[in-house]
Design a binder for this molecule. Structure first.
Ligand code: PEP
Ligand code: MG
Length: 701
């Protein structure tokens, strides 16, 4: 009854809306790196629902209801797409005014684009659409890495039987509507309880997945479709199942892995309501010990109830590295393989298997030797990790006595604290963007001073803190710093270019850094420096503010992340106090391949010999003038790259926080002389793959 009423209300509302002129927005550039998928779409729909006016999102010639998460997802909105909002009703102008900046700021996803993961992960992650591999060995099945690690156990197949539902009913549509309403309400209560539990377990990321599910239960497009089937005499269960399946199928058909994966979420939440309607028990996976779960796909509801003490690995034939299953498996630290050969679904329960999350394979009937070898390897890795953590506070000195400075990449005060507990000797890169993103006005000088001071105090007087000035640009617009839309944002106003063009923001940040600098060992560096004139202009502004504040001099350096800066390293080294090589951008600009491009990113490997040559050139130029060089790009945390960076002569590695203990431990096992030999050899090789083969035995833990 309520649903029908809602639909009727809506229709009446729409005729009233006709009295108002439609209010369109300006075109809005979408900044989200990975399309408007479930979470940002839900954020938009949720806020849109607060307005009385009808609101539509338009992309190209297609318009959809902005209050429907599913409809927004189906628009398949991608990074840099232009969309318009059209509102019609009494509060249309407020709606446009409020919603436009939200979309422009990324709908809660305005975080800094993640650095590419070390290639052993990212190559597989980004290989999702590649043709499915198949092996000739009937007992070796192939898939893709979703979460690394090894597991030996027995197969347990998870099958979600379609719940049988009657198509028609003797009941009146009112009664069926009532039943559906009650089932949906119960589903929501379950989801609320789940979220509360996850919040209590300090797992907000997982809670957010279920918040998005809750949102799907209020989706007007789904509710309308179900209500109209019920009005035609269908049963509530049939109407609901059809509405969910129709919407899920259309998501699955979109040429977008991320959105297609959301079809799984729709089925999951759909099943939750169906179970309520049919009085079916939500089956908890009752897994025996030593289980390797096999399934076409696991739903978030399945994975949330996994018994971690019994499930040792997960293997699905669908899904990819971006699916919730992969994300959850990684957060639970369970090895997982996705996109597995579908023959895996025919394997009988109880079959002994070896799941290799590093290689993305499933071995059936592994022989005792293989099993023993895996167990030994697991034990060795466990001890290695434990030892690395135990020795994390020791310095990183190679076996032949060469010391590397091992510092951390951070973007918050909490990161700084964690980095110290993992043995960081300081901070080699503070990505200051975190202070600027996700807000409507720039942080004030005082606010910034306070944050930098707090981080400096955490590190203490002797540990370096390298603060990078704001690195935003056309690809990451800030609402209070409008940059006109650009054809090529990565080649446009980005990094230091923004700082030089908007001196007020740059000078405010510099003043805050200078004021905090008396509290610790602070250094400053500028991002995306391409030319000496950019460097000199930025440095001059820095010195002007320093003199005004009458603060002692501090080291000022540059990020080397544009090939021009690497090639001109000798000239830069005459003037800059230090270099930090940003291999993420350096690789993208050297290879002319967007670091976030879904098709190219697998090739954007910092171990490409071309990038290694530029690193070598940077180090040589720097050392001519006794300027020290760090590396803060993703490869500084990659065990296959670390020996080569050392061999090329870098002085400091700035590492992602969780990888610090393992990288420090690895360095203690290396010999500088061997690293130098291999680095020399790497420069003569043809490809990143050949370079990686030099340290093939070094895999990520
Ligand atoms: C880099 O480009 O390597 C780097 C460390 O900077 P970011 O990843 O923040 O662009
Ligand atoms: Mg960079």
């Amino acid at each position: 009854a309520e649903i029908l009423e809602r639909v009727l209300e809506k229709q009446q509302g729409q005729s009233e809306m006709g009295d108002f002129e439609p209010a369109p927005s300006e075109p809005i550039l979408v900044p989200n790196q990975s399309a408007l998928h479930a979470r940002p779409a839900a954020v938009l729909a949720n806020v849109a629902k607060k307005y009385q006016s009808g609101i539509r999102v338009q992309k190209g010639d297609t318009q959809v209801n902005a209050k429907s998460t599913v409809a927004i997802m189906k628009l398949n909105i991608k990074l840099n797409d232009k969309v318009n909002l059209i509102a019609q009703g009494p509060d249309a102008h407020e709606a446009i005014r409020d919603l436009t900046p939200m979309i422009r700021e990324g709908l809660g996803e305005e975080g800094h684009a993640p650095a590419p993961a070390p290639a052993s992960v990212s190559m597989t992650e980004l290989a999702a659409p590649a043709p499915r591999p198949r092996s000739d060995d009937p007992d070796l099945l192939l898939g893709f890495t979703a979460s690394s690690g090894l597991a030996v156990g027995n197969v347990f197949q998870v099958r979600h039987a379609e719940i049988d539902v009657p198509e028609t009913t003797e009941n009146s549509p009112q009664e069926e509507n009532q039943k559906l309403d009650t089932a949906i309400e119960k589903g929501k209560i379950e989801l609320e309880a789940l979220q509360a539990r996850l919040h209590n377990e300090s797992d907000p990321a997982k809670a957010a997945i279920f918040a998005a599910h809750q949102e799907l239960l209020e989706d007007p497009d789904i509710l309308e479709m179900a209500a109209s089937a019920i009005a035609k005499g269908k049963s509530a269960a049939f109407a609901w199942q059809t509405a969910i399946n129709t919407q899920a199928d259309s998501l699955a058909r979109l040429n977008n892995i991320l959105l297609a994966a959301r079809a799984n979420d729709l089925h999951d939440v759909g099943r939750r309501v169906l179970q309520q309607l049919m009085g079916a028990e939500a089956k908890k996976l009752d897994t025996p010990p030593n289980t390797i779960l096999l399934a076409e796909d696991l739903t978030p509801s399945d994975t949330i109830n996994l018994d971690r003490s019994k499930v040792l690995g997960i293997c699905t034939t669908l899904g990819g590295a971006t699916s919730h299953v992969a994300i959850l498996a990684r957060s639970l630290n369970i090895p997982a393989v996705a996109g597995m050969d579908p023959r895996a679904l025919d394997v009988e329960d109880g079959t002994p298997v070896l799941l290799d999350g590093n290689k993305g394979t499933l071995r059936l009937y592994p022989d005792t030797k293989e099993v023993a070898r895996t167990h030994a390897l697991q034990e060795k890795q466990r001890i290695k990790q434990q030892t690395a953590l135990k020795n994390a506070m020791e310095p990183a000195i190679t076996a032949d006595g060469h010391r590397l400075e091992t510092v951390a990449n951070i973007s918050s005060l909490a990161d700084a604290e964690q980095a110290l507990s993992f043995g960081a000797e300081g901070v080699g890169l503070l990505r200051s963007e975190f202070l600027f993103l996700g807000r409507t006005a720039a942080p004030t000088e005082d606010e910034q001073t306070e944050t930098y001071t707090a981080i400096a105090k955490t590190l203490g007087p002797d540990r370096p803190l390298v603060i990078r000035t704001l690195d935003v640009g056309g690809d990451k617009p800030l609402p209070y710093l409008p940059i006109p839309q650009e054809e090529n944002p990565f080649l446009g106003e980005r990094g230091i270019r923004v700082g030089l063009d908007r001196p007020e923001i740059f000078r405010t940040q510099i003043r805050a850094i200078l004021r905090a600098s008396t509290e610790g060992k602070i250094m400053v560096m500028f991002p995306i420096i391409s030319t000496l004139s950019e460097w000199r202009a930025a440095k001059a502004m820095f010195e002007e503010e320093r003199e005004k504040l009458d603060v002692p001099a501090l080291p000022v350096g540059i990020m080397v992340e544009v090939p021009a800066a690497a090639v001109m390293a000798e000239q830069f080294a005459r003037e800059a106090d230090f270099f930090s090589i940003g291999t993420n951008d350096l690789t993208q600009y050297t290879l002319a391949m967007d670091r976030g491009h879904p098709k190219l990113a697998a090739q954007v490997d910092g171990l490409n010999p071309s990038v290694l040559h530029l690193i070598a050139q940077t180090v040589n130029g720097a050392h001519t003038h006794k300027t020290w060089v760090g590396v803060c790009g993703g490869i500084a945390s990659d065990p296959q790259a670390v020996p080569l960076l050392i061999g090329l002569g870098v002085d400091e590695l700035s590492i992602s926080v969780p990888a610090i203990p393992a990288i420090k431990a690895q360095i203690r096992e290396l010999k500088l002389s061997e690293c130098q030999e291999n680095a020399k050899k790497a420069l003569t090789l043809d490809s990143a793959a050949e370079v990686r083969a030099l340290y093939a035995d070094q895999v990520e833990e």
